[in-house]
Design a protein around this ligand. Structure first.
Ligand code: NDP
Length: 302
């Protein structure tokens, strides 16, 4: 009886050893630092892509307070994270903790994606790149005339990337004059696009000849889904592409009105998925399937 038990335990030890040697339990880590973090759906979208492509990687959604950001970045370095996203309120503050910036992040002055390249953490901005990627499935921005509503972080990122992608003319329409003029000035100074600021006074009429109309304000975001831009929707023409940065809900009042006018539309889920695809490419080198990521977001029933 004793001998049998001994044999058994030897077999267990051997099989345990071979098991341990054929597996790698060290998963490459990515994630997000933001505050608040609980309502950010990116983790569902990115981990769906990791699973679909057979990547044994993790994306960890972390709530990080502003005063803890430096420690969080040092922690990510120490733990060998492959990269991470930064969202509100860290997009500008994170820059001082990084080793360098990509071209558009430098112009935008904000970072939403950090990539480990060798021993360095480099800041990129994929908000605008994701938008341009989603838009480009419908229309090539090269040489186009754009009306851009908003002048916050999202509008800045979208404006810069559209200009770098070859948009000819960008009119920034914003409620606050100072922010609107600043974004138009930035585009004129740092890109080849011709930009101007148009004051948003009363109901806005989209100028004839506009190719692309974009909502990069926070108007229409859940729970205020009934709010919409003060815009004369009769001035939307079927030749125009209308895009909305709001991803919750995906079909905003603006997009519904645009579709009713015969315009082609691009929703905010496209922007969210587009930036996720680019982030995953930066971190893993894989071209993730946007359809899988979009479905993961739709499954959440936001
Ligand atoms: P900011 O707070 O930096 O900017 C908000 C913008 O909206 C400003 O231009 C502000 O104008 C304008 N605005 C807000 N309320 C009103 C109103 N009632 N009337 C007129 N203008 C208004 O936010 P962000 O730029 O960071 O984000 C904007 C939106 O973009 C968010 O709602 C977010 O959901 C979306 N976004 C989507 C992403 C995606 O992947 N789909 C990625 C990043 C952002 P003013 O300057 O006059 O205050």
């Amino acid at each position: 009886m004793k001998r049998r038990a001994g044999c058994h335990s030897l077999r267990v030890t051997l099989s345990h050893r071979s098991f341990a040697m054929s597996h790698n339990f060290l998963q490459p880590l990515t994630g997000s630092f933001a505050m608040p973090a609980a309502e950010n759906p990116t983790v569902a979208m990115v981990e769906a892509a990791y699973r679909h492509h057979g990547l044994d990687w993790r994306y960890i959604n972390c709530e990080v307070a502003p005063e803890a950001l430096g420690d969080a970045v040092r922690g990510a370095r120490a733990m060998g994270w492959r990269g991470f996203n930064c969202s509100i309120p860290h997009k500008v503050a994170v820059i001082e903790h990084l080793d360098g910036l990509g071209e558009s992040a430098q112009i935008i002055g904000a970072v939403n994606t950090i990539v480990r390249r060798g021993d360095e953490l480099i800041g990129e901005n994929t908000d605008g790149k994701g938008f341009v990627k989603a838009l480009s499935d419908v229309v090539d921005p090269t040489g186009k005339t754009v009306v851009l509503f908003g002048a916050g972080g999202a509008a800045r990122a979208v404006g810069v990337e559209l200009a770098l992608a070859g948009a000819a003319r960008i009119s920034v329409v914003n409620r606050g004059r100072a922010r609107g003029e600043e974004v138009a000035g930035l585009l004129n100074a740092r890109t080849r696009a011709e930009a101007d600021y148009i004051a948003w006074e009363g109901t806005f009429k989209v100028p004839v000849g506009t190719d692309i109309v974009i909502n990069a304000t926070s108007i229409g975001l859940f729970p205020k889904v009934e709010e919409t831009l003060d815009l004369d929707t009769d001035t939307l023409m079927p030749t125009m592409v209308v895009a909305d940065g709001i991803h919750n809900p995906p079909l905003t009042r603006l997009l519904k009105a645009a579709q009713a006018r015969g315009c082609r539309t691009v929703d905010g889920l496209g922007m969210l998925v587009g930036q996720g695809v680019i982030g995953i490419k930066y971190w893993t080198g894989i071209d993730a399937d946007p359809a899988v990521m979009r479905q993961a977001l739709l499954d959440l029933k936001l």
